[in-house]
Design a protein around this ligand. Structure first.
Ligand SMILES: [Zn+2]
Length: 115
């Protein structure tokens, strides 16, 4: 169970990360439009396509991260943040500091990765 102070801390961490990722997402979307406009010459189509794909990929990753972070924020509101979704035990604080959107404790995460 998190203390009130820890709850405030993790809320701050999550909100900051969401803002970061949303900014990455907005930038990638803007760069995609710029890239499309820049390569009007058909000779540059391959380069344009490559750049566009890489930006689309970047935007998709940022969008997914925002979703994951918002889910963690929602768990924080509901009081289930820091609780392992598998065994119901506490997720290690060190782990939450490193990965605030973690859903499993170290033991359950390792078990999932192995099998
Ligand atoms: Zn667990």
């Amino acid at each position: 169970m998190l203390s009130a102070k820890q709850t405030v801390h993790f809320k701050q961490v999550l909100v900051t990360r969401i803002a970061e990722q949303e900014s990455i997402l907005a930038t990638a979307q803007r760069e995609t439009r710029v890239a499309v406009a820049r390569y009007a010459d058909p000779a540059d189509q391959a380069a344009a396509e490559y750049e566009k794909q890489s930006l689309v990929h970047k935007a998709a990753a940022a969008r997914q991260t925002v979703k994951t972070l918002k889910q963690a924020l929602e768990r924080l509101r509901q009081g289930s943040f820091g609780e392992c979704a598998e065994c119901g035990g506490d997720i290690e604080l060190k782990r939450l500091e490193a990965i605030p959107w973690a859903r499993y404790c170290v033991r359950c995460q390792e078990a999932r990765e192995q099998g």
